[in-house]
Design a protein around this ligand. Structure first.
Ligand code: ADP
Length: 455
């Protein structure tokens, strides 16, 4: 018993069980409604036919000539034993159709009436009788028709219904349990697969069933989510590896120079200024790198949106960078261009692009910054007459820590992280960044954002 209870307790919240319960209750209630209807009609029919019998009997009794007790006795004996007749003569005598009738009529005042059908009476032994009484001149006639056979039929119908209901419950429960298992099986299987999944195993995915469609959709969405998670996990892992590698290089250089000063500082003090210069440059490089890494971490945080005055922001960035600029600068900044986002994000985009243009262009070269807007988009164009980027490198420069060999080996400082920050930020605002050659030499970076007029 305890086991059965535990079984139901455990399964009562499953789709399979709930479907089964609903299906069986639906079946049982339809059977009950149908049976009540059939029984109601049968009872009404039987009642009507008994009523008709009683009426026929009444007519036949009324046809009797006026007579005494003895004649009535003979007359009544001819009737069927299921009719229990009592005749009260005006002489005070009472005649019964049979001994059974006489016995029943002694009980008559104690018989009970049925609620809806008040012409049906019940004895203490639960025997049903149809009752009617009438007068024939001065003779009182009471008639009771035995309805045991009719009620027997009703009883049989009732038992049959009960049996049918039980059979339906048993078979229905079994069939629906099996049927609904098919539906819930895919969910159970999916759950098993999920618990067996290892987040790192790239090739592991959920099986997508053909049916039911809902489960198919869930497993497809789950697989997509899984893929996204894995990709971002991989990116993070790559980032940590790259970052530690990049930090290790300046650290090793710093330590090398510190050791050099320790070993030879006393005997060869002329190495000290050179080593200090290296330490200064490398530690600055580290500082910039750490700052850039930190800002990368903050990238995806898109809270605190505001209306950013992009035109003023570009002017401000250029003013800030002017101290290190040696090249000629041409500006074409449309005033009053606003964009929704975070000030810091657009500053990073502009600063990195303009700083790069300055870094990778000779002193005598030119730099151009344009900010233009149209009905559908805003464009920031930063171009220079500098060293340019070959077609093979154009895609790679947006990768984290990627530096074109030429610039890495040259004296231009950098970590290779600036453009990856720019790209991620641009994409955060559903924007687009492209890099093209500028004629006759140099590079052009074009950033465009779609303007949403609905806001
Ligand atoms: P960093 O400038 O710190 O090296 P970035 O991510 O900003 O890193 O740029 C990646 C690489 O792309 C640079 O190392 C450089 O080789 C190339 N690059 C970027 N901007 C320009 C430019 N305006 N002209 C030529 N090369 C560029």
């Amino acid at each position: 018993m305890g086991k059965i209870k535990a079984f139901f307790q455990q399964r009562k919240n499953t789709t399979q069980f709930q479907l089964m319960v609903r299906f069986v209750s639906l079946l049982v209630s339809s059977i009950v409604v149908l049976s009540i209807a059939i029984m109601g009609i049968t009872i009404a029919e039987l009642y009507e036919s008994t009523e008709e019998q009683a009426e026929l009997l009444e007519e036949s009794l009324k046809k009797n000539e006026e007579q005494g007790a003895a004649e009535w006795q003979i007359d009544l004996a001819n009737y069927d034993s299921s009719y229990l007749i009592r005749v009260g003569l005006n002489t005070g005598e009472t005649v019964y159709s049979s001994d059974d009738a006489q016995e029943l009529y002694t009980e008559f005042p104690r018989l009970k009436q049925l609620i809806l059908f008040d012409r049906i009476l019940w004895t203490n032994k639960m025997e049903p009788y149809y009752y009617t009484s009438f007068k024939k001149e001065k003779v009182n006639i009471t008639l009771l028709v035995d309805m045991e056979d009719q009620f027997g039929v009703i009883g049989r119908i009732f038992s049959l219904t009960l049996l049918l209901t039980v059979i339906v419950i048993i078979i229905g429960a079994f069939v629906t349990y099996r049927f609904s298992r098919k539906i819930s099986q895919s969910l159970v299987k999916m759950n098993e697969e999920i618990s067996q999944l290892e987040s790192s195993a790239i090739e592991q995915r959920l099986t997508v069933p053909k049916t039911p469609l809902e489960v198919q959709n869930i497993s497809q969405s789950f697989n997509e989510l899984l893929e996204k998670q894995r990709r971002s996990l991989k990116r993070e892992q790559q980032f940590v590896t790259d970052a530690s590698h990049e930090l290790r290089t300046p650290l090793a250089a710093i330590r090398g120079h510190v050791n050099l000063i320790k070993r030879r500082g006393n005997t060869h003090p002329e190495v000290i200024p050179t080593s200090l210069k290296y330490i200064d440059t490398e530690s600055k490089r580290m500082e910039t790198l750490v700052e850039q890494l930190l800002s990368l971490g903050r990238l995806t945080n898109q809270t605190g949106l505001e209306e950013v005055d992009l035109s003023s922001l570009i002017h401000q960035t250029i003013t800030e960078l002017n101290v290190m600029r040696t090249q000629k600068l041409t500006l074409q900044i449309e005033e009053g261009i606003f964009i929704t986002g975070q000030n810091e994000h657009f500053y990073q985009i502009a600063r990195n692009l303009i700083e790069n243009a300055m870094k990778y262009t000779e002193d005598t070269g030119t730099i151009g910054v344009k900010l233009i807007s149209s009905a559908h988009n805003i464009q920031l164009i930063v171009e220079d007459s500098g060293i340019g980027i070959s077609n093979e490198e154009k895609e790679k420069i947006f990768e984290r820590f990627y530096r074109v060999d030429q610039s890495r080996s040259s004296k231009i400082s950098g970590s290779g992280i600036g453009l990856s920050i720019v790209k991620e930020l641009v994409e955060l605002y559903q924007g687009d960044i492209t890099v093209t050659d500028r004629k006759p030499s140099g590079t052009r970076f074009t950033v465009s954002f779609i303007v949403n007029h609905e806001k």
